[in-house]
Design a protein around this ligand. Structure first.
Ligand code: ZN
Length: 712
């Protein structure tokens, strides 16, 4: 007998080990090869993410979120363990059920019940370095799942939404066609001549590239460089010279005979000015672009996706170039940000970012306990009132697009501001690529001709590493509008993006490390110590008389014992993640709700004696102390002020027009008090028969967790 059970144990063990092996192999055997020796463009990107989603069905889902004006799809690759996660939809019948097939309101997927991290590239088509970084991150995540425990943890418990190409037409034209296109594409008659897109750029000498045309011009702003004659040096406005002056323009001609070049191209609007934040338009001035916010299909697709994926807490909108990060805000000054979020952005994320890109971390971020001292010092030395109120100037590598020196907003309708202000997301825009810093051995940016020195070094670099193939040598050309001159110059797609090969890989690796760090900050909700204890049994669900004084509950037993069991349920809800489940303004944002915990059972068999079916638990804080921030010192979050006049008017009006009474008032959900990352929740219920119970805690950005209760 003993021998047999040992044998059986061995058999079970062997089968079990087998499953583990199959599981591990399943992830290591399918790597989709990817290289960064050139850009993927739109076509290469779609091919790669389709292959990845096929090879890793259990941790990825490819979702088409919209189409561009030229009907190219916009894809989001969802990366998350598809077997884990749940949403409240799966447990509670909602009043407004989401159904498949209803446009834009599909039922929530299990991965929406985990904290979400959005990463996108190429909202500006010619800034396609971001697309490459997205692909690098995808590769790291899916190949790391089987081998790296940190990555496995993240994919099991969080959700990455990666959109490598937000602007498919812009990227297609910039990379595949070789035209530099920042904006989206539109079928639009820009010059009002009744024809659409008839005067865009031209490859005049038909060499396959859209480069530049230089010609002798006594009023020109350029001269040929003495050291490298390929290089055109731009002169200062009043700079005098003995040399031949040149004008340099795009390789282009007047296609429609109106005397203008390139005035009706395929270029449409700037997607990153088309978001519904700070957007306005009046007769003379457009605050943002497009006919209305989200008039571009690309901005609309992103806005709809965020609206339906309220689990997004982190967002990165990659642009190029500069080698620094914009944290919010651009449309409004620093004091519109909550001081707690300022501390999270700067002292936690900004500090890490500067360390990764190798820039000096401000002293105030290293010693946040001395902020008052730094403020006093700045009061004497700085004219920037925002810097004085913070205790530090923002460093080159981590800043805002708002112009603090002139107290002027940068722009309107930008995605990052929109995501932070309206959805409560830690959104940032990283301007990838700084050629001087990201290529080894580039000259320091110092002295009068610093720029020219860098340009010479870049030309030399592409001679050595790319055999000079990224720069088209100047060749004589007879321009139909301008006469004799030469065509040549950098191939545009390489001009302001990370150069392929090791410089690009270096950029990818740094920014993958940074997003990995940010993903690790997200909340992690757990239900611990859940207990259901039978207090006594009774024939009537309402047989118990319950009275409550502060924290004490007294139950007077009914006399008869019977089929109902009166059960006390207790649970501890805990956030074990680093950051809270919402940004500082939390539930003051229109779409944000506080975290909620449900006790769910068959509604016909469970009667709630104490505690409503769901209880509100506020916002669960994270476990880390936010450096440089104290809730006691910082001002209370701004709240919308109701005008006292409206209040008086309302009271006056209501004397004559009393509010109709609601026939049936819904019970007000119990509010669980408490601060910090933990809450203790309690219910008293009467249960008929053996009706099962479960606890579901659900937080928009902190995730949803379930625990089945065994009643004892
Ligand atoms: Zn940009």
């Amino acid at each position: 007998m003993k021998f047999q059970s040992k044998k059986r144990f061995r058999l079970v063990l062997t089968v079990f080990m087998g499953f583990i092996l199959i599981g591990a192999l399943g992830f290591s055997a399918q790597k989709i090869p990817i290289s960064f020796n050139d850009y993927h463009g739109f076509t290469g990107t779609v091919k790669y993410i389709k292959a990845v989603s096929k090879a890793y069905p259990s941790i990825t889902r490819l979702v088409e979120i919209g189409k561009s004006n030229m009907e190219r799809p916009i894809f989001v690759l969802v990366i998350s363990n598809m077997k884990t996660g749940t949403t409240i939809d799966a447990h509670v019948k909602l009043r407004n059920m989401r159904r498949e097939g209803v446009k834009n309101v599909p039922p929530m997927k299990p991965y929406q019940g985990k904290p979400g991290h959005w990463i996108c590239g190429s909202m500006h088509g010619n800034e396609h370095t971001g697309t490459e970084v997205c692909l690098y991150i995808i590769d790291k995540l899916v190949t790391g799942y089987g081998t790296d425990s940190e990555i496995k943890q993240l994919i099991d418990n969080k959700t990455f939404y990666i959109c490598p190409v937000v602007n498919p037409d812009g990227v297609y034209n910039s990379v595949e066609k070789g035209l530099s296109q920042r904006r989206n594409s539109m079928m639009k008659d820009d010059d009002g001549d009744g024809r659409v897109n008839e005067d865009g750029r031209d490859d005049l000498n038909r060499d396959g590239f859209f480069t530049r045309f230089r010609y002798k011009d006594s009023k020109g702003r350029y001269v040929i460089d003495d050291v490298d004659p390929r290089l055109m040096v731009r002169l200062g406005r009043d700079k005098k010279t003995e040399k031949q002056r040149y004008s340099v323009i795009a390789e282009d001609k007047d296609n429609d005979g109106d005397g203008k070049r390139g005035e009706d191209s395929e270029q449409g609007i700037d997607i990153n000015r088309n978001f519904p934040e700070g957007w306005f338009t009046d007769d003379d001035m457009a605050g943002g672009t497009g006919d209305y916010p989200t008039s571009s299909p690309e901005a609309q697709a992103v806005v709809e996706f965020f609206t339906n994926h309220r689990n997004i807490l982190m967002a990165q909108f990659y642009h190029t170039s500069g080698g620094f990060t914009f944290r919010p805000l651009g449309t409004a000054p620093h004091d519109k940000l909550h001081p707690k979020d300022v501390a999270i952005f700067d002292m936690i994320m900004g500090k890490k970012y500067l360390e990764i890109i190798g820039e000096e971390v401000p002293e105030a971020w290293q010693k946040p306990e001395l902020l008052d001292k730094f403020k006093a010092e700045l009061k004497k030395s700085s004219k920037n009132k925002y810097a004085i109120s913070r205790g530090y100037e923002l460093p080159r590598g981590w800043k805002v697009s708002y112009n603090e020196a002139r107290d002027r907003r940068y722009s309107y309708g930008m995605a990052t501001d929109w995501a932070y202000l309206q959805y409560g997301i830690y959104s940032i825009t990283t301007e990838l690529w700084n050629s001087r810093k990201d290529i080894k051995g580039m000259p320091e940016l110092k002295g009068e001709d610093a720029r020219v020195k860098l340009e010479r070094a870049l030309l030399k670099y592409q001679d050595e590493k790319f055999g000079g193939k990224l720069f088209v040598p100047w060749k004589k050309f007879d321009h139909p509008d301008l006469g004799q001159g030469e065509i040549g110059g950098w191939i545009p797609k390489y001009r302001s993006n990370a150069l392929p090969g090791s410089p690009l890989l270096n950029v990818c690796e740094m920014h993958w490390q940074f997003e990995l760090f940010r993903a690790g900050l997200m909340p992690a909700i757990e239900i611990s110590d859940a207990k259901a204890r039978v207090l006594y049994t009774t024939n009537s669900a309402r047989g118990a008389v319950v009275s409550q004084k502060v924290d004490q509950v007294t139950i007077k037993k009914g006399k008869s014992k019977g089929k109902y069991r009166v059960v006390e349920v207790t649970a501890t809800i805990e956030n074990k993640g680093k950051l809270a489940t919402h940004v500082a303004r939390g539930t003051q944002l229109a779409g944000n709700r506080e975290d909620v915990v449900w006790l769910i059972g068959d509604p016909d068999k469970v009667t709630y004696l104490q505690g409503t079916p769901f209880q509100k638990i506020g916002i669960l804080e994270g476990i880390i102390k936010i450096p440089g921030y104290s809730a006691k010192v910082a001002p209370a979050p701004q709240q919308e002020q109701r005008s006292p006049y409206m209040g008086r008017m309302w009271r006056f009006m209501s004397q004559y027009y009393p509010r109709p009474r609601r026939p049936q008032q819904r019970p007000v959900p119990t509010q669980v008090k408490g601060k910090g990352p933990k809450r203790t929740v309690k219910w008293l219920v009467a249960i008929e028969d053996n009706a099962p119970l479960k606890i579901v805690v659900t937080s928009q950005k902190g995730g949803t967790k379930v625990k089945n209760l065994s009643i004892q």
